[in-house]
Design a protein. Structure first.
Length: 112
């Protein structure tokens, strides 16, 4: 996807504060953190949202979620954390490249 911010971050064409990377996934700090720790887990593959996911993405989705507790532990979120996937405009999604938010470390965004 040529016009996608997160594809550009995944390709290294835009800078980000990376905290984890493998062949399939990338994790970086949100540019406007809504909590003391606010990470974004993305697949390197462009998938616009959870609505576009299919059975073939089952493993990928599982690995994205399983990364959250590992990241939380590494960032000292021993008390717990919040994961959010905003889907579609009605779900508050602003960047149309699938991502899991990981929030923790204090005040967190309201669920409204
Ligand atoms: P959404 O509302 O789509 O679930 O969340 C998109 C998130 O991406 C927002 O929390 C926003 O702050 C973050 N974001 C948008 N553009 C950039 C960027 O260029 N770099 C980083 N690191 N985060 C971004
Ligand atoms: Zn993309």
């Amino acid at each position: 996807m040529t016009d996608c911010i997160f594809c550009k971050i995944a390709a290294g064409e835009l800078p980000s504060k990376k905290v984890f990377e493998n062949d399939e996934l990338l994790v970086f700090h949100d540019i406007y953190p809504a909590a003391p720790v606010h990470l974004l887990i993305i697949p390197k593959l462009h998938i616009a949202s959870l609505v576009e996911c299919e059975a073939q993405h089952e493993g990928l989705l599982g690995r994205m979620l399983l990364l959250a507790p590992e990241l939380a532990r590494k960032h000292g979120l021993n008390d717990g954390f919040r994961t959010t996937i905003n889907t579609g405009r009605g779900g508050g999604q602003e960047v149309f490249h699938l991502h899991v938010h990981v929030f923790g470390g204090g005040k967190m965004p309201h669920l409204s």
